[in-house]
Design a binder for this molecule. Sequence first.
Ligand SMILES: [Fe+2]
Ligand SMILES: [Fe+2]
Length: 284
Amino acid sequence: MKSEKIDRIINSIGKLPTLPTVYMKLSHLLNTPDSSIKMISNIISEDQAVAAMVLKIVNSAAYGFYTKIGDLQRAIVILGLNEIKSLVLATSMYKIVNQFKSSSAFDMQQFWKHSIGCAISAKVLAETAYIKDPEDVFTGGLLHDIGKLIHATYLCEEFNGVVANVVETGSQVFESEEKILGFDHAQTGSALAEKWRLPKKTVNMIAHHHLSYIPDTMTKEIAAVHIGNILCISLRMGSGGEKRVPIVNQKAWEILDLKLSDLEYIMQRSTKLFEESISVMGFQ
Ligand SMILES: [Fe+2]
Ligand SMILES: [Fe+2]
């Protein structure tokens, strides 16, 4: 019943954000065994905004090259395929967020920073916890709150009520959404990710990032996005509208098998990477 309602909303939105074709083509190509750097470069070149961002990042202080790199193929070799894929997704997401206007209830710039902040923190957590594909966790972190974008844009009036309720009661956004809309942004976001045909793993990271209950499909990736979200809220990396820092789910912490002393490194590294990324991929 509830999922029917979410499907109805997703299907009734005429101009639903689409994942730019460059990301779809790139994902497909990276899954084929005989892809070459030249083929990857050709796909990225199809979207000038994405190509420009890849070059901007590789030329940023983070990589520390003395001479300017103007060649996309060289940039791809330097960054590596997985990082290129994350970067293309981040640029695509940036284009989607930039399409929408902020309202008094929802600030897109803050939302963008929150999404990047969570992606970075979740990836650093994943690396520290030796999760196999940290870039997949970056993707989950980047998209974890995408449902809020749908609510803020297409259910504008109701979402204003949600924001007011969060301020009034101090509850989490997802709790107020559940109360006012009857569903939350994790459900809308995961429905959108399914529509985008993203891997099940990504859909699950979006669907369960609050961990208000432990799903049957509990994984280390979900735990990393859950804690990454909380870290970026507590470190004030942008804002997704939360007014208080959520509590870390005990099971999520246990499954990552991290020591408390790892946390300081994770916070420092995430903050550094976040500041570097925002200076390159800042909101215009
Ligand atoms: Fe959320
Ligand atoms: Fe969030």
